[in-house]
Write a protein that binds this ligand. Structure first.
Ligand code: PEP
Ligand code: MN
Length: 301
């Protein structure tokens, strides 16, 4: 129904800055098709039905000890999907000594954690050469914002038939994002989850906030697309105190899932120490999100 209104306005030749009727008809017809898609990770973990999964965990798999600690905390709380990122592209090539990518070692620890807790795992894939190893462990593959239009990578990931989280690049339009989505769908993988993670804007109102969560993108995507749309307020705001409010606003905007960074000792997180919630803050967010979810008929898991 909402898509109809969107399309009708295009037919009326109202000015359209971004997505045209031609795009919907000929270029992004798979991702904007009417068919309602739910992405099922397991029997009880489904995106875009009446459940709203929260994907939580540290920025990266820094050590075996860290990933166990976080997973045990989250599991106890009832969170079902863990961030298990052992491959981390950084904006700048210089890594602190404290943090090198843990790569296949990190994936081995994630494997152990997965067996121990039964949690499902999301891992970012940065290069085709790492895909096989990641695919052995991860239940959901993630395309980071920086790789949104790495089409060869998208194609190879699609072939695994695993659910794929596609993050929007912070400078990309929804048109570009839906074009990238179409590349995944054309490979025959319909387990697509779109993720809003903030955009570059002239002002973010804090010098520590690199990006601004584009809530309007969530609403616009929900209007056009029947695939699940999730939100990552941690990467968007870059600032832990803002994360709960932006998470609740995302739920109210119709998102089907959230990515929330959590770390037992945020200030000592190897990457982006301003953005993870500590355990106490995460627990509070989780409890409040569950209450809000009820209002929107979404079970937060
Ligand atoms: C991440 O999820 O860890 C990540 C790197 O996010 P983004 O690509 O959105 O910066
Ligand atoms: Mn990150």
């Amino acid at each position: 129904m909402q898509k109809k209104i969107f399309v009708k306005n295009l037919i009326n030749n109202q000015p359209t800055k971004d997505i045209s009727l031609d795009d919907i008809k000929n270029k992004i017809f798979r991702v904007t098709s009417k068919k309602k898609i739910t992405v099922k990770v397991s029997k009880d973990i489904v995106f875009s039905s009446n459940t709203l999964p929260i994907i939580a965990g540290p920025n990266g798999v820094e050590s075996r000890e860290l990933i166990f600690k976080v997973a045990i905390f989250l599991k106890k709380l009832g969170v079902k999907i863990l961030r298990g990122h052992a491959y981390k592209p950084l904006t700048f090539p210089y890594r602190s000594k404290k943090y090198a990518e843990t790569m296949s070692n990190g994936m081995d620890w994630v494997d152990e954690v997965k067996k121990y807790t039964g949690m499902k795992i999301v891992t970012e894939v940065t290069e085709i050469k790492h895909l096989d190893r990641i695919n052995q462990t991860a239940d959901i593959l993630q395309i980071g914002s920086r790789n949104m239009q790495n089409l060869e990578l998208l194609k190879e990931m699609a072939k695994t038939k695993k659910p794929i989280i596609l993050k929007r690049h912070f400078g990309a339009s929804l048109r570009d994002m839906l074009g990238a989505s179409e590349h995944i769908l054309v490979e025959g993988n319909e387990k697509l989850i779109l993720c809003e993670r903030g955009v570059s804007t002239p002002h973010t109102h804090r010098d520590t906030s690199r990006f601004m969560l584009d809530l309007q993108a969530i609403v616009a995507l929900k209007e056009l697309v029947k695939f699940p749309v999730i939100s990552d307020p941690s990467h968007a705001s870059f600032w832990a105190p803002w994360v709960p409010s932006l998470a609740f606003a995302s739920i109210a905007s119709g998102c089907d899932g959230l990515i929330i960074e959590t770390h037992p000792d945020p200030k000592n997180s190897a990457v982006d120490p301003l953005q993870p919630l500590n355990f106490k803050e995460f627990k509070k967010l989780f409890i409040r999100a569950k209450k809000l979810g009820k209002f929107f008929n979404k079970k937060i898991i």
